[in-house]
Design a protein around this ligand. Structure first.
Ligand SMILES: *Cc1c(COP(=O)(O)O)cnc(C)c1O
Length: 407
């Protein structure tokens, strides 16, 4: 339903331009708008809703904890904190965890830990630490993070910028090698670039980066806020390569689509530089967040969701490949239940226009930029619903092709 444009621009900061749908409820992969129209959610809150809307297991965990204890601040311990830490480190094969709230905070925390580790352990000269990062990355919206963004919209107008970052082309191991010097404390990368349109690095990049970081005593930091927790068909995207980063950031799905819950997991000797008073967060690791996080871990521990993502991901890939063969997509990139598709330029359809047409037909997704859209349905989607979504996509693209005379 169309909301009054005036109302919207009058009271709400215009930093988003959402599709014209106003949602009121959700159930697993389906959401309903104010007029009762149903849509298949193929964005899933940018992967925050990996386990679907209104998930009964997660809801139960929230409700149970809600009536017990929700916040103590970090001035006191509570009974959910240590079990959450233990279960999360076990799930991710790591030693230690630092709880935060949003993804950007987890990335900021990893940057802070890496710098402090650099000065105190590696012996980098004061104020000289640098971190190697990638072009077209997305790590959040804080002033420091946008300082090394290569997206003009995300960055421009927010200076002065935080120094200490070296930007290299994504997936270019030689460029990382050249950027590293004695003051390099970390290399921070997304294992798969989500916001950029589900862009995969060359097959050897992450294993090579692991080796390069170890050789040079540089921390490998992988931002798995979007790629982690089942999306790719494995618990973490780095599992696909059998490697472990020194620090990994998690967020989005860690809060089950209920609360912002993020964490840095990784090496004990690195996270141990964060001594009392040197870092913190009022809400980080609150009892409610830990309870939701534990319920998420419980689901992931069974491994079934990851298996589904892998199996349904194959169907997603086959369907998209077929649409590409029909000549309607210029490129298809997919891993697990996660895909970036570039509309064939001849169709003359922007990503935004495509998303609008899909929404009319009852399928919600989001363009990333230009003619690229990302598909990331909840991992709990049924095969039938996934095929239904692909039917809608196929028919919208077929219609556009017919309309402009390409068949
Ligand atoms: C979404 C995202 C973030 C930022 O998370 P917020 O919770 O929005 O701060 C950071 N890194 C990656 C890879 C993301 O996808």
């Amino acid at each position: 339903m169309l909301q009054s444009t005036l109302d919207r621009t009058a009271v709400l900061a215009p930093n988003y331009r959402p599709l014209e749908v106003t949602l009121v409820s959700g159930d697993n992969c389906w959401v309903t708008d104010v007029d009762g129209k149903k849509y298949l959610d193929c964005l899933a809150g940018y992967s925050a809703l990996n386990f679907g809307h209104n998930n009964p297991e997660l809801n139960q965990a929230v409700v149970d904890q809600l009536h017990k204890l929700t916040l103590v601040s970090r001035a006191f311990d509570h009974d959910q904190m240590l079990p959450f830490a233990k279960e999360l480190t076990e799930l991710t094969g790591t030693e230690m965890m630092l709880p935060m709230n949003t993804g950007a905070e987890a990335v900021e925390s990893a940057i802070k830990a890496a710098r402090k580790w650099g000065y105190e352990v590696k012996g980098v000269a004061p104020e000289q630490a640098n971190i190697v990062v990638a072009e077209n990355s997305f790590h959040g919206r804080t002033t420091t993070i946008v300082s090394f963004s290569t997206d003009a919209d995300a960055k421009n107008g927010y200076g002065p910028y935080t120094p200490g970052f070296r930007v290299v082309p994504y997936g270019d191991i030689e460029a990382v090698k050249e950027a590293i010097d004695e003051n390099t404390v970390a290399a921070l990368f997304e294992p798969i670039q989500g916001e950029s349109g589900v862009v995969m690095p060359p097959e050897n990049f992450l294993p090579d980066l692991r080796e390069l970081c170890t050789e040079n005593d540089v921390l490998m930091i992988l931002d798995e806020i979007q790629s982690g927790l089942g999306r790719t068909g494995d618990t973490l995207a780095q599992d696909l390569y059998g490697i472990r980063a020194d620090l990994t950031t998690l967020g989005k799905a860690l809060g089950g689509g209920v609360l912002p819950v993020s964490a840095v997991v990784g090496r004990r000797d690195v996270l141990s530089v964060l001594t009392p008073g040197t870092h913190g967060s009022t809400f980080g690791g609150n009892p409610l967040a830990c309870a939701v996080g534990r319920a998420v871990i419980k689901i992931l521990k069974e491994g079934e969701v990851q298996e589904r993502a892998k199996r349904l991901g194959e169907i997603l890939g086959e369907r998209l490949d077929k649409i590409q063969e029909d000549g309607h997509l210029a490129e298809v990139r997919h891993r697990g239940l996660w895909a970036g598709i570039d509309v064939e330029p001849r169709l003359g359809l922007t990503g935004r226009q495509l998303c609008e047409r899909l929404a009319e037909r009852g399928m919600l997704c989001k363009d990333t930029h230009g003619s690229t859209i990302r598909l990331a349905p909840p991992l709990t989607i049924s095969e039938e619903d996934l095929n239904y979504a692909m039917d809608i996509l196929e028919s919208v693209l077929n219609e556009q092709a017919a309309e402009i005379g390409i068949v």
